[in-house]
Write a protein that binds this ligand. Sequence first.
Ligand code: GTP
Ligand code: MG
Length: 369
Amino acid sequence: MKVKVFCANTMQDAINQVKTDLGRDAVILQTRRLKKGGLFGFFAKEQFEVMAAIDNIAKVAVQQPNPSYYPNTPPPAKSFSPHEDHGILALRQDVSNLQKLMEHVVTALPGTAPTASPLVDLLISNDVEPDVARVLTQGLPEIMDESRLVIMKELLRDRISGRLKRVEIISPHNASCQIAAFIGPTGVGKTTTIAKLAANFSLKEGRRVALITADTYRIAALEQLKTYGDIIGVPLDIVYTPQELREAIARHRDKDLILVDTAGRSPKNQQQLQELQTLLAVEPSMQVHLVMSTTTKYREALEVVNRFSECSPTKFLFTKVDEAANIGTIINLLYRFPMSLSYITTGQNVPDDIEIADPQKLANLLSRN
Ligand SMILES: Nc1nc2c(ncn2[C@@H]2O[C@H](COP(=O)(O)OP(=O)(O)OP(=O)(O)O)[C@@H](O)[C@H]2O)c(=O)[nH]1
Ligand SMILES: [Mg+2]
């Protein structure tokens, strides 16, 4: 690992030096403000120091993946030979019998057998949890012919859209500045979503928007939002500490909307989540959107929500609906948690691929075959 310290008159200049010298994959280890020069402490110039590192070994590893990271490819199956001895043939027969027995046992387990209700089956095939599917279909007939099934599906869609009705979006108004922060696991689409929202509110609705990023871990992350900010024409402030976030918010109180980006956090890293909580606590009026990818399997999503709950998010924002096979995870989470829905995103295009969550549309997606 190569570690270097960079010093400049502004934080941006120091970051630029890091980028030129170590590249976009550099990791920022520490930043600080200091006073240099002057006489007896007077006339000292403010300087910004950034300690950054680049992991050369990791780079090599990315370029030449270690074959042992990949699951072992099974050796090609031996073709059946008439010369195999009796012992092997008997063993094959035993394995085959065991497999049949296992299949029988698995289909007989509760929850895995097909249910009597085609509506429950439809929901389960969309990854809706069985208990949620049962609640949603309660009171609807279990046995029905094709024509009744069409009507029942319509009823089911109404019920589902009723469940998804808790929609709360960002609605800037002239009376006060709205502040929204976006948190969630890495790579779910937080920064892209912020760019989409900033572009829509600023360019389409003519609102005064400011961006703040607390994602100072990677140079590439800073660059990403800076580029969007420049294109859209909105200012971006970079903050390293809760105090700096407080100051940046105070600087932009005259805006209609402040969007705060945060670094992706692993739900398993308690310390990172604690830091995030401390950061968000500086502004009680801040609405916190938990950004989740719709492609996340429900069990994993459940852990994400549980772990991020200490940062008190009040809204779900689901990304990558375009990539998801279904939206079972959305309904499962809304069934379990008293949070509302804000937006869904449907692709990588900034600013177009974002929509206000529409319960009816989502329900249509859920009950498709
Ligand atoms: N298909 C699809 N891709 C998306 C969507 N939203 C974001 N992406 C892509 O997901 C990738 C990660 O997006 P980012 O916005 O950088 O994600 P992030 O959550 O900010 O990532 P970190 O800051 O590293 O935690 C990018 O390639 C985006 O283009 C979406 O709705 N659909
Ligand atoms: Mg990001």
